[in-house]
Design a binder for this molecule. Structure first.
Ligand SMILES: *[C@@H]1O[C@H](CO)[C@@H](O)[C@H](O)[C@H]1NC(C)=O
Ligand SMILES: *[C@@H]1O[C@H](CO)[C@@H](O)[C@H](O)[C@H]1NC(C)=O
Ligand SMILES: *[C@@H]1O[C@H](CO)[C@@H](O)[C@H](O)[C@H]1NC(C)=O
Ligand SMILES: *[C@@H]1O[C@H](CO)[C@@H](O)[C@H](O)[C@H]1NC(C)=O
Ligand SMILES: *[C@@H]1O[C@H](CO)[C@@H](O)[C@H](O)[C@H]1NC(C)=O
Length: 662
């Protein structure tokens, strides 16, 4: 989304220097030939081992039941009418004095027995793995790398991305990938001294040492699922399959799948030129598009895909499926060019026509003909923090240390015996299923509307000068845009990482508050008697309330996961469901019309996901110093993403005008 425009300016400027820069890179690189040295094989060698802080990470707290109840009611207040609220209050009170006490006690006891993990881990995995909805659009998010002028060659780009991903993977496996740490004050703690000291403290105490520096080590358990993992469809509940013994990746192009080894027998990364040679011969393969690509089935409803997969195994595809499932990761080489078509870019990375995809893979690197690259990832195994770390490290590595250069293409010696084409055996039934699913997917994606908005000149810096949180302003704008459209507040979800805790995942921030409701109402009411100065103060109050909610959620102090875990436990214990969960208002607040999530990083050009409910909006957004950006998706027959974007534009302008008031 966003930086497309500024990127363009940057490209124009950069073009001038391109040749000199290129020469400089070649010179610095030419002295270092690829070999089995650590410098080639690892992305960066951390002094502090990857899992150093893991044993002493604090456990995700289970909030006090009364706090959860209060937070829940506070979130309901701005979206319910008085009668509904009265009913909900009575259910909550009943829960607090009766079933809730018993359930919470059982949850606390269970949690005490599972000190190695968090109370949310299992229910959260189950939530993902049991859902039968198709993965693309519903679950798999995408991220696109920022693009530089010199990297528009598909072969060069993908070779470097693969090499850097392998360097990252090997560092992770060797335990020398730097542990992820949230620095409250980076100047003080993102230092060599910090690393030296915390490294000296044994793992069982190291978290406390970091804490003294006001630095918070994050959970690293999800990172291992990035590689050699895939989600397999099973009836009722999928499972995650992993296999560390394989040495290959799988590359798809035009719906054909190919495998080749990228690690040798001893586990060293093959020379980039050899990897490039394999990729080149795949790119040179002029087979037409495979309209019966099995990849399409990974975009189906999960039970359906499971049955189709059993059939594929029955007719002789066990080994080819295993080849894909056990690959280190997946690469999709697209024939399409994106040029400047941003909607096309978003669609290509979010869903495409599924022919050249395998949505079950933990992540796939996608690279277009004109070198736009990014990833589409399966969500059950992990969350944004782990994915973003991989994404940023790889972006940095291909920028600072590309191992393969355009001039290397000339001398590539392709060795076709290294490449294994994965050929499925398909009978009429299988072909029929694929054709049918292909058609259904096309209809579904045609019904998906995609739009985006870039606000330049209003970003983190300006928000800071107004003394408001940029995230609060973003969230207020999302609500105001909807309010302009429909005149009321709707259930809204903002995801917040709880990776500061062992096996933490996410908590929900409920950004709709009485404060934001008051502002939405004031800014849309033509007869409002409030002065601009008063509204400005109200926006500052929104920001304060939002920052409070955010801080609490990051500390595990929300209400969503706690209630979710209690309901889940109740079901596991086969107890009758308490009224608080049968309440229509509980269902309502969990029908998130606005589903929002942000991943802000200079490595990300665009990122987004689909709506989580049929009549909702999926909003991926980004906050930069001088720019705000959002990508919005919706189902066309229910809601219009482009109408929403128009209102969002208006909402930003309105808020900005109020904030500029002196
Ligand atoms: C329901 O809400 C109204 C306010 O709208 C309040 O006056 C009334 O006391 C409430 N009733 C109950 C039973 O809490
Ligand atoms: C690969 O899979 C294995 C399970 O066989 C797992 O233990 C390992 O951590 C995974 N990831 C990496 C990066 O090796
Ligand atoms: C992993 O792959 C190896 C080599 O193909 C195979 O021998 C082994 O059984 C696999 N492990 C699992 C858990 O599937
Ligand atoms: C191609 O690969 C085969 C088997 O991996 C090997 O025996 C052969 O020497 C290779 N040829 C070239 C030209 O590298
Ligand atoms: C912030 O949260 C605390 C504790 O949850 C609460 O007591 C306080 O009133 C909140 N402040 C604002 C401005 O919402």
């Amino acid at each position: 989304m966003l930086s497309l425009t500024i990127q363009q300016k940057w490209i124009n400027r950069k073009l001038v220097n391109r040749d000199t820069m290129f020469l400089a890179i070649c010179l610095s690189r030419s002295t270092l030939a690829w070999n089995n040295s650590d410098e080639c094989q690892y992305i960066k060698q951390s002094k502090v081992p990857t899992m150093h802080f893991q044993p002493s990470l604090p456990r995700l707290p289970i909030p006090k039941l009364e706090d959860t109840a209060n937070r829940y009611l506070n979130a309901q207040r701005p979206i319910l009418n008085n009668d509904q609220l009265n009913t909900t209050i009575s259910y909550v009170n009943k829960f607090l004095s009766d079933e809730g006490l018993m359930l919470n006690k059982a949850l606390l006891e269970e949690n005490k027995k599972n000190k190695h993990t968090s109370y949310i881990t299992e229910p959260w995995f189950d939530m993902y793995l049991k859902d039968r909805k198709p993965l693309p659009i519903n679950y798999n998010p995408f991220l696109v790398f920022t693009q530089e002028s010199s990297d528009n060659n598909q072969l060069v780009k993908i070779t470097n991305l693969i090499v850097s991903s392998l360097r990252f993977m090997k560092s992770l496996r060797a335990g020398i990938l730097e542990p992820e740490v949230y620095h409250l004050n980076p100047k003080k703690s993102d230092t060599e001294l910090f690393r030296t000291i915390t490294n000296l403290v044994p793992s069982s105490l190291s978290w406390y040492a970091a804490y003294l520096f006001k630095a918070f080590p994050l959970d690293m358990s999800q990172y291992h699922n990035l590689f050699n993992s895939t989600r397999l469809p099973e009836l009722g509940k999928d499972r995650i399959y992993q296999n560390t013994s394989e040495k290959h990746i799988v590359v798809s192009r035009r719906g054909h799948f190919y495998a080749f080894n990228v690690l040798d027998e001893a586990g060293y990364i093959h020379p980039p030129k050899e990897i490039a040679a394999c990729l080149k011969s795949i790119l040179d393969d002029n087979r037409p598009i495979n309209i019966h690509s099995v990849g399409v089935l990974t975009a189906s409803e999960r039970d359906f895909w499971c049955r189709a997969r059993y059939h594929l195994i029955d007719i002789g595809n066990r080994d080819v499926l295993k080849k894909i499932d056990s690959a280190l990761f997946m690469v999709n080489l697209d024939d399409d060019v994106m040029q400047d078509n941003k909607s096309k870019l978003i669609r290509n990375f979010l869903h495409s026509d599924a022919i050249n995809r395998w949505f079950d893979k933990s992540f796939s690197i996608i690279c277009t003909k004109d070198g736009y690259a990014g990833i589409n990832f399966e969500h059950s195994w992990g969350d944004g923090v782990a994915v973003l770390r991989y994404f940023q490290d790889v972006k940095k590595d291909i920028t600072e240390k590309p191992w393969f250069h355009p001039h290397d293409i000339e001398n590539l010696k392709a060795n076709n015996s290294d490449i294994h084409r994965i050929e499925f055996v398909l009978d009429t039934k299988a072909k029929g299923i694929i054709a049918e699913e292909s058609k259904k997917y096309k209809q579904r994606t045609q019904n998906l509307a995609v739009d985006y908005l870039i606000i330049e000149g209003f970003g983190k810096n300006e928000c800071k000068s107004f003394n408001v949180s940029p995230d609060a302003i973003m969230q207020l704008a999302f609500q105001l845009a909807f309010y302009m459209q429909e005149g009321h507040m709707v259930p809204t979800y903002e995801s917040c990482s709880t990776a500061a805790f062992k096996h933490g995942r996410t908590e929900t921030i409920r950004p709709v508050t009485l404060e934001t409701k008051a502002v939405c109402s004031a800014l849309t009411d033509k007869n409002s008697k409030l002065s601009t100065a008063e509204i400005k103060n109200m926006i500052v109050a929104c920001s304060k309330a939002h920052s409070n909610l955010t801080k609490n959620a990051a500390m595990g102090q929300g209400f969503d996961r706690h209630l979710f875990a209690l309901k889940n436990l109740c079901q596991r214990l086969n107890k009758p469901l308490p009224d608080i969960f049968k309440d229509k208002s509980y269902e309502y607040i969990n029908h998130n019309i606005l589903s929002t999530s942000t991943l802000s990083s200079s490595a990300v050009m665009a990122g987004g996901f689909g709506p989580v409910v049929d009549d909702g909006y999926g909003i991926g957004y980004m906050i930069q110093d001088k720019l705000l950006g959002s990508i919005v998706t919706s189902y066309q027959d229910k809601r219009s993403a482009s109408d929403y974007i128009k209102n969002l534009d208006e909402a930003f302008k309105t808020i900005n005008k109020v904030m500029l008031h002196k």
